[in-house]
Design a protein around this ligand. Sequence first.
Ligand code: RP5
Length: 165
Amino acid sequence: MAKVTIIMGSKSDLDSLKGAFDTLKQFDVSFTARILSAHRTPDEAADVAKNAEKNGTSVFICAAGMAAHLAGVIAAHTICPVIGIPMASAPFNGLDSLLAMVQMPPGIPVATVTAGSAGGKNAALLAVEMLAMNDKALAARLLEFRKAQAAKVLADDAALQAQLA
Ligand code: RP5
């Protein structure tokens, strides 16, 4: 049972998803990850979109670059929320992927997050936030994460103030 299904368009996207894997593990959220392309393996990608919900998936995360249609194609085949991560590939450094992913036609939304590897972490956190709406223990872990994150910034600031004094 994978609550989150991650799909990337190519093995070349894998490094950018490490943050997503780490974050979902950190929150103890079950996930699976597949390499499937909207263009190169359209039937297999559609099959995963159609069947993942039966297997326990509530949220999809899709990472793709260039003419990044993967998230939109997955969203067309499911009513689960789909989070898209534009991959920052050459020659346009992800602007092409961002526009392809974010500009979905009305009726089939994709929640597009930050491009590249920062997007991997944010996509996972957004998935955790969605799941936490019906999971109080997960919501508590999210609040602890936010507190720890803020404490680190404030500790860095205190260290900077000490250095400048
Ligand atoms: C997209 O095209 C993939 O998601 C990847 O970001 C990009 C390039 O794919 P490769 O040529 O590296 O396989 O479909």
